[in-house]
Design a protein around this ligand. Sequence first.
Ligand code: CMP
Length: 134
Amino acid sequence: MTKEQTLSMIKPDAVQRNLIGPIISLIEASNLVIKQMKMLQLSIEQAENFYRIHKDRDFYSKLIEYMTSGCVVVLALEGDNAIKVYRDLMGSTNPLEAKEGTIRRLYGTNITHNSVHGSDSLENAIIEIDFFFK
Ligand code: CMP
């Protein structure tokens, strides 16, 4: 197995509902190790940059408005196959389609307020971890 790092972000809906602790417990129970962690409120510029891949999507402005609406917690996670392990733990983007026991099924309320983000590839994990921790 390959040791990898991935970026996790606990989004404003989860921070506002006091779900940082429960989400971190699920992360640690999945054998992912927190290597770096911080809380911040994204500026519009930071959110637009982080989600620039979605800039032509119809949900983009709603996404930026939401992601800048409150604090987020960002974590660099490490473990064997960390990217897949964390994506499996998050569940599908839409909480209504996410499997039982996943973070988004447990805590997400809709496709925008879906509680967590995670890197989708090794390449993006490096870019996203650098974005917050370089
Ligand atoms: P995330 O994993 O952070 O990556 C992009 C985000 O866009 C996604 O989670 C969702 O919160 C949000 N989003 C809103 N609407 C959609 C949609 N229709 N399809 C995909 N992502 C969406």
